[in-house]
Design a protein around this ligand. Structure first.
Ligand code: NAD
Ligand code: 6OD
Length: 486
């Protein structure tokens, strides 16, 4: 069994109170790690270490020196690729191919991409005329915002945490990370990487624990935290925003979604079925960008439902490294119970269960895991609970539509605005529809295909702000205008 401690000022520490909690395997229910829970004093120590590093060695490095170090971080993650894959699989229980091909490589890329962004940031300048004719030069300096509190979720732990740590450090900030209590392993491994490549002490800190009245709240409430970047549930974002209001600290939020997948009759049918299948069921549906509402043009509705059902019924459940496994468990018993309660609610509200709706039969060794069937419903009204609320599980409701205008209205009929997928071979229609859907990102004939340099974030209750490429600079830096009278 592993022992994971907080990482403060370059050292792994058990915490002042020496309190610990268990990390349980989603696959088997066994305890696989003992985690140090950071108390208020530990969080305070981590924030102060981050502040000291900011004003010390780290703050004195040139952008070029920071860039070199971040390249080394990415290289060391790649060097320890198998350790990261193994840790992330243990934490999430998800199949190894997702870790190998998406979560861990994208985590390493987050350091390289933002190092490149910072290398190429231009300086804004204006020559202003003055009454005496001599003029004045205005130029803007970008400076780090300070100590950044990073609060991350469990569904793609390393990718989502580094997506914030990468740009924060590239911009010259220091960070205190509070990973999800469900997935603490890769954040700790990253501490080892930071030490190995010589990132100064205090630049990257990790405090483990929970949200309210625990490390999450202690971090967001700490007055020396200059800004907070958060990925997680919209409800949690509301609580964090209240904490950030004290001291009027800036926030960047990536939150929930209830994303629509729109399939027109002229779409490449097999590609659309594959794409909707992946977007609804990858990572057992625990992807913020996942599709839980599917709208299919009426002429192909029945055929589409049948094809998706056949794919959903063909998944191979099992532990991450088992041969042929492509479908893992949910993260926790609590989450399994939440998703199952939505499965019951759908039936109560009159859904036709096309497939799934419960827990699959599993071999003895995996009975303690949080298994759940991929589930498809039809026949619900547009205001049914499972059509409105984010479930964050492997399930979707499919509904027919008759016109472009109708489906745009249906897709926008939600309090969320994270992403959409549109499946069509009509290019003009693709542009027309994409422009009218109120979300942060629309994919046409694809899903989860995003260049890290592009803006990412949600509209409505899905988020505040955009991160990605140069857009991350808006949050992770302050601009100072300097005006020189000539
Ligand atoms: P969550 O909101 O329960 O937890 C996220 C993090 O916040 C965890 O580290 C948790 O400990 C911490 N936290 C909880 N309460 C807190 C508080 N009061 N103060 C400070 N920290 C607190 O989310 P989750 O269950 O870990 O993740 C699933 C959710 O995340 C879904 O809603 C999903 O849509 C969303 N998500 C969004 C994106 C995106 O990019 N928009 C990406 C991934 C996940
Ligand atoms: O890597 C990305 O583009 C990204 N923001 C992924 C989000 C995954 C959410 O579950």
């Amino acid at each position: 069994m592993r022992t994971v401690n907080n990482f403060i000022n370059g050292e792994f520490q058990p915490g002042v109170d020496q309190r610990r909690f268990d990390k349980v395997s989603p696959v088997s229910g066994e305890v696989i790690a003992s985690i140090a829970e950071a108390g208020k004093a530990d969080v305070d120590q981590a924030v102060r270490a981050a502040k000291t590093a900011l004003d010390g060695e780290w703050g004195l490095l040139s952008p070029e020196q920071r860039v070199e170090l971040l390249y080394e971080v990415a290289d060391e993650i790649t060097h320890r690729f198998e350790d990261f894959v193994e840790a992330e699989m243990a934490d999430t229980g998800q199949p190894s191919h997702v870790m190998r091909h998406v979560f861990i490589p994208r985590g390493a890329a987050n350091f390289k991409v933002f190092a490149d962004v910072i290398k190429n940031v231009p300086t804004e300048s204006f020559m202003t005329t003055t009454p005496d004719g001599a003029g004045a030069l205005n130029y803007a300096l970008r400076v780090p915002k300070g100590v950044i509190g990073v609060i991350s979720p469990w569904n793609a732990p390393f990718l989502l945490m580094t997506w914030k740590v990468g740009p924060a450090l590239a911009c010259g900030n220091t960070v205190v990370v509070k990973p999800s209590e469900e997935t603490p392993l890769t954040a700790a491994l990253l501490g080892e990487v930071m030490n190995k490549v010589g990132i100064p002490k205090g630049v990257y800190n990790v405090v483990n624990g929970f949200g309210p009245e625990s490390a999450g709240a202690y971090l967001t409430e700490h007055p020396m935290v200059d800004a907070i970047t958060f990925t997680g549930e919209t409800r949690t974002g509301t609580a964090i925003m209240k904490a950030a209001a004290e001291g009027t600290r800036d926030v960047s939020f990536e939150m929930g979604g209830k994303n629509a997948g729109i399939v027109f009759a002229d779409a490449d049918f097999d590609a659309a079925v594959d794409g909707i299948f992946r977007s609804a069921f990858l990572n057992s549906g625990q992807v913020c960008l996942g599709t839980e509402r599917v709208y299919v043009e009426r002429p192909i509705f029945e055929k589409f439902v049948l094809a998706l059902k056949q794919k959903a019924e063909a998944v191979n459940y099992g532990a991450p490294l088992e041969q042929g496994v492509n479908y893992g468990p949910l993260i926790s018993k609590e989450h399994q119970e939440k998703v199952l309660s939505y499965y019951r609610k759908a039936v109560e509200e009159g859904a036709t269960v096309v497939t799934g709706g419960g827990v699959p039969q599993m071999p003895e060794a995996l009975l303690g895991g949080n298994w759940i069937q991929p589930t498809i419903w039809t026949g619900l009204s547009d205001d049914a609970t499972v059509v409105r609320e984010e479930i964050f599980g492997p399930c979707c409701h499919i509904r027919p539509f008759d016109s472009e205008q109708e489906v745009i209205g249906l897709a926008n009929n939600t309090e969320y605005g994270l992403s959409t997928t549109v499946w069509t071979t009509n290019l003009s229609r693709a542009h027309r529809v994409a422009a009218k859907i109120d979300v942060g990102i629309t994919w046409v004939n694809s899903w989860f295909l995003r260049d890290l340099r592009t803006p990412f974030g949600g509209t409505k209750q899905s988020g505040i702000g955009r991160e990605g490429g140069v857009h991350s600079l808006e949050f992770y830096t302050e601009t100072r205008n300097i005006c020189i009278k000539l």
